[in-house]
Design a protein around this ligand. Sequence first.
Ligand code: ZN
Length: 130
Amino acid sequence: MSVTYGTAQAICGCERGPLSRCSRCDHIQELLDAKNGAYTERNLLVAALAKLFPASLERHPAEDEWDDDWRWIVFISLDTGQVSWHIHDSELHLFDHLPRETGVVWDGHTTDEKYARLTDLDWAREKRDP
Ligand SMILES: [Zn+2]
């Protein structure tokens, strides 16, 4: 995902013109680039996980307030329970191997529960295949 310089300037709040530089804008842009890089790395890992367990892409309910370009959600059914992540439209191509809108719904897991399910994964697999 790419973020435009204008977004950094909106966060900065400065009033620099199109031809002038702002060191705060530059710093904010560096942070945004680092964050976007982390999203891409996270998505590559989630996409790999979604090849190992039953998974699908579902749409965030339309009636909820949510950014339109963040409405796709990848759901993965681990041995330890369901986990899910919102995927930005620009990175959907990483999930082309998944079926879409199969009717899977969020089981209500919190972010803490999601990462606990990931953490518990080894333990569950060892129990299944000692
Ligand atoms: Zn600025």
